[in-house]
Design a binder for this molecule. Structure first.
Ligand code: HEM
Length: 401
């Protein structure tokens, strides 16, 4: 199908209602209930199959005939055509080889050990925000700095450079940025990470990048560019997503004060942990970031998908599928959330999920405990939601306490 054939197709991602911006666009429910896959028009006018039923989403994310190397479709990732692929866009076994070099840094045990440092970061950010005074933009003062500081600490990236890397990451995350703009942002970030790699070769520290250099580059398993690229992926993936979950969860909790009280007033970590899982499921912020290409003709949800066709999966739709959860449109902190898809599924399932969980489990209760009178300082109707970004959330959130 050529680009001009797509004009009559529904746009993906669809538009959410301003009345309930936490719910996926209503047409996703229709697509899911109609049972099959939906042909959609992407941001660049190109077409893909949108997959919305949980079973189909799991199939797409586990079927070896479906590739994560989106360079196979020139329209899908024009900015990547002339670049070497990164491991999230590779297939096994090469993907697994590269991913394995990082999994040890993100185990539950490692994240447990990191918790006191995350708590310090959270408390420092709260102190700074309160000292600056109200009203405040929660995104700039809290939601973004907390995960940016933590990932900088882990990687050994100087936080003083945060404006530089946050700005480039935002361009890479913006649906309407041109391929050229995305490529430039990516190149600048890569150059920055290469500089850091060279510096850490001379003066190693106690961080993930220094460890990659000592254990993988020195042995010849990875070259320096590979180490810099891994750093770039973690820096990019490690702050935008969690930041959006903190911002969006805060608005959600302010709209649901009883649920906010549940996490504020408990000293039971399992209550907080389950509340975070339910927020992850209910909000499913990865709204426009999962793309794949079929390498063979294949039937999914009764629909024939041709070799070469692009696919995108909607986690917001799949996590509201009644086949997976009862009463899925209700935010329920007592729900059994096991099996939610907010971190994806299969071999590419989020590498940083244990870190994201630890950050959310610490940052959300701390905010509501420290500021028991927390409230929106603007009408809810004026909150700017991130309809046009691959990770959903809020652009800014003016709060008072
Ligand atoms: C992959 C969501 C936080 C690093 C993914 C995927 C999802 C996701 C849905 C799968 C993409 C796909 O299948 O194409 C989230 C959410 C987060 C979060 C909702 C926060 C609430 C993080 C953090 C890090 C991280 C904190 C790093 C420190 C990665 C990496 C991948 C990934 C490296 C690629 C894994 C692979 O392809 O093997 N994430 N993520 N993420 N995430 Fe996250």
């Amino acid at each position: 199908m050529t680009v001009t054939d797509t004009a009559g197709l529904p746009a993906f991602p669809g538009t959410r209602s301003q009345r309930c911006p936490f719910d996926p666009p209503t047409q996703y429910t229709q697509w899911r209930e109609a049972g099959g896959l939906q042909r959609v028009r992407l941001w660049n006018g190109h077409t893909a199959w949108a997959v919305s039923r949980s079973e189909d989403v799991k199939q797409v994310l586990t079927d070896p005939r479906i590739s994560a190397d989106i360079r196979r479709d020139e329209h899908l990732a024009p900015q990547m055509q002339n670049q070497p692929p990164t491991f999230p866009r590779m297939d096994d076994p090469e993907h697994a080889r590269l991913r394995r070099m990082l999994t040890g840094d993100f185990t539950v045990k490692r994240m447990q050990a990191l918790r006191p440092q995350i708590e310090n970061v959270v408390n420092d950010c709260l102190d700074a925000m309160i000292a600056k005074g109200q009203p405040a933009d929660l995104v700039q003062e809290y939601a973004l700095p907390v995960p940016s500081l933590v990932i900088s600490l882990l990687l050994g990236v100087p936080y003083a450079d945060h404006e530089f890397f946050q700005q480039r990451s935002a361009v890479m995350n913006y649906a309407h940025a041109t391929p050229q703009e995305k490529a430039t942002a990516n190149k600048e970030l890569f150059g920055y990470l290469m500089g850091l790699v060279e510096q850490k070769e001379r003066e190693p520290g106690e961080d993930l990048l220094s460890r990659l250099l000592a254990e993988r580059v020195a042995t010849g398993e990875l070259d320096r560019a590979g180490a810099a690229m891994n750093g770039l992926i973690l820096l990019f993936a490690g702050h935008e997503t969690t930041a959006n979950m903190i911002g969006l969860s805060t608005v959600t909790l302010l709209r649901n004060p009883e649920q906010a009280a549940r996490i504020r007033d408990t000293d039971d970590p399992t209550v907080v942990a389950n509340a975070v899982e339910e927020l992850l499921r209910y909000l499913s912020i990865a709204q426009d970031m999962i793309f794949r290409v079929a390498t063979e003709d294949i039937v999914i949800g009764g629909q024939l998908v041709r070799a070469g066709d692009a696919l995108t999966v909607s986690l917001p739709a799949a996590n509201r599928d009644t086949a997976l959860f009862d009463d899925p449109d209700t935010l329920d902190f007592d729900r059994k959330t096991l099996g939610h898809l907010a971190f994806g599924h299969g071999v590419h399932q989020c590498l940083g999920q244990n870190l994201a969980r630890a950050e959310l489990q610490i940052a959300l209760p701390a905010l509501f405990r420290r500021l028991p009178e927390l409230r929106l300082a603007i009408p809810f109707e004026e909150v700017k939601f991130r309809h046009d970004m691959s990770a959903y959330g809020v652009h800014e959130l003016t709060i008072a306490w």
